[in-house]
Design a protein around this ligand. Structure first.
Ligand code: AMP
Length: 416
């Protein structure tokens, strides 16, 4: 027997209600905030991710799904959504539109991770990108959208963590200080952090391993190193968040996993003790478009993992509306009745009434059992006698009361 590959899952109908719910809320809010939908391919030139996310990150060093196609081109399954959207922004000249260009997407991302609850090799992200403005009010707007999105889903037990990681001018001084500080702890650091110390020092702060906590606790803080422009930008972001009444926690250890972030970074984490898995993460990436060959273009966005949202919705026992059920199940006895049942099902569906028609030659009892298990409100039963009278038995499955209704009046009866 084949199984879904490790770290991937089938999304069966009973789970789909969550997906539809989340996707509809996302689309509704994006429309309110002026974000338009965009879709990019599932695979891209592998360099798109390798260059933008950069070496020294787990995604590029260990997690990308890379393959060669038949022409020998090196491709990668989409590892995250931001670089592809920026590639599309440049490729289609969206910089010619009025800025910022505000886009959102919902789609799968692939990372070769060690699968565990809330961490998969194929997961799905809802993400927004606002490209073409450095205004700190846009950072606040994107964070507000993130908060509204989670609240509108029915999630409430989360914190918004906020930090600024500076820009090309001030970050290098901080990284030097960080490297200097961590060098004193080199012997105690985990093997990953030994590598980070050389290749990606900012990520040192992100390490959750016990061996690295002492160094992290006493590490210099980036906020003390910000240049005046970054300081003023970060002050404004905080001021606008206060204006909007959005609570946040400053977290000087928040650096995010991807290298292209500048200035504002934020993450939304569940309040649950020990929960380490972010519901959502984002920030500014003012250098990314330039890195891809465009003009310097500031931008800000976030992405949220849909599987993680569903885990949290279940944990918080949030009410999600069920998928709509069929209204009626049509049962029949005999070949002539089957013919009428086929016709009736077609007419009802034409009228926009969702029905299930049983199949095969089950007994009437078997067919009614099916109606029960489908949870339909009504069963419509057609036997030989009903065919002759051109009528059907309409049974209310809630109270088991039934009446005879002419076939020509069933649609009207169910429409009520
Ligand atoms: P990132 O692109 O790493 O910033 O991730 C954005 C969001 O996607 C995270 O906040 C998570 O909600 C979700 N996410 C990231 N990686 C995974 C994964 N392997 N499995 C499930 N969700 C993930």
């Amino acid at each position: 027997m084949y199984k879904a590959p490790r770290g991937t899952s089938d999304i069966l109908p009973q789970e789909q209600a969550y997906w539809k719910y989340i996707e509809e809320k996302a689309a509704y809010l994006c429309q309110l905030y002026g974000f338009q939908p965009v879709a990019t391919p599932i695979f891209e030139d592998s360099q798109l991710f390798a260059r933008t996310i950069s070496g020294g990150t787990d995604i590029v060093d260990k997690e990308m799904y890379i393959f060669e196609d038949r022409s020998g081109q090196k491709l990668a399954l989409r590892a995250e959504g931001t670089a592809p959207v920026c590639r599309a922004y440049l490729e289609h000249g969206l910089f010619n539109l009025s800025q910022p260009v505000k886009l959102y997407y919902i789609g799968p991302a692939f990372r070769y991770e060690r699968p565990q609850a809330g961490r998969y090799r194929q997961h799905h992200q809802f993400g927004v990108e606002a490209i073409g403005s450095a205004d700190p009010a846009l950072d606040a707007e994107v964070i507000e959208l993130a908060q509204r999105f989670l609240l509108s889903l029915g999630l409430s037990r989360f914190y918004i963590h906020l930090n600024s990681i500076g820009c090309n001018l001030c970050q290098p001084n901080y990284i030097e200080a960080l490297q200097h500080h961590y060098s004193g702890y080199r012997a105690h650091l985990c093997p990953d952090c030994q590598t980070r110390l050389l290749k990606n020092p900012l990520r040192l702060l992100d390490c959750k391993k016990a061996s690295c906590q002492k160094a992290a606790e006493t590490a210099p803080k980036i906020l003390d190193f910000l240049c005046p422009e970054c300081q003023s930008h970060f002050q404004s972001v905080q001021q606008y968040l206060k204006t909007l009444g959005i609570p946040f926690k400053l977290n000087h250890r928040l650096v995010r996993g991807l290298d292209y972030y500048t200035r504002t970074v934020f993450e939304v984490v569940p309040q649950k003790e020990g929960a380490q898995s972010a519901l959502l993460g984002g920030g500014r990436y003012d250098n990314l478009i330039e890195q891809l060959g465009g003009k310097p273009t500031p931008a800000v966005g976030f992405a949220s993992g849909i599987e993680r949202l569903i885990l949290n919705l279940k944990e918080e026992k949030a009410n999600t509306p069920p998928l709509p059920k069929p209204v009626a199940c049509i049962a029949y006895l005999g070949e002539e009745a089957k013919n009428e049942a086929i016709k009736l099902a077609s007419e009802l569906r034409q009228a926009g009434i969702a029905v299930i028609k049983t199949t095969g030659d089950k007994s009437l009892k078997g067919q009614l059992r099916q109606a029960n298990s489908l949870g339909t409100n009504y069963a419509i039963i057609i036997g030989e006698r009903e065919v002759r009278a051109q009528s059907a038995i309409l049974r209310d499955m809630m109270n088991n009361k039934q009446k005879i209704v002419p076939l020509s009046e069933i649609t009207a009866a169910l429409s009520q």
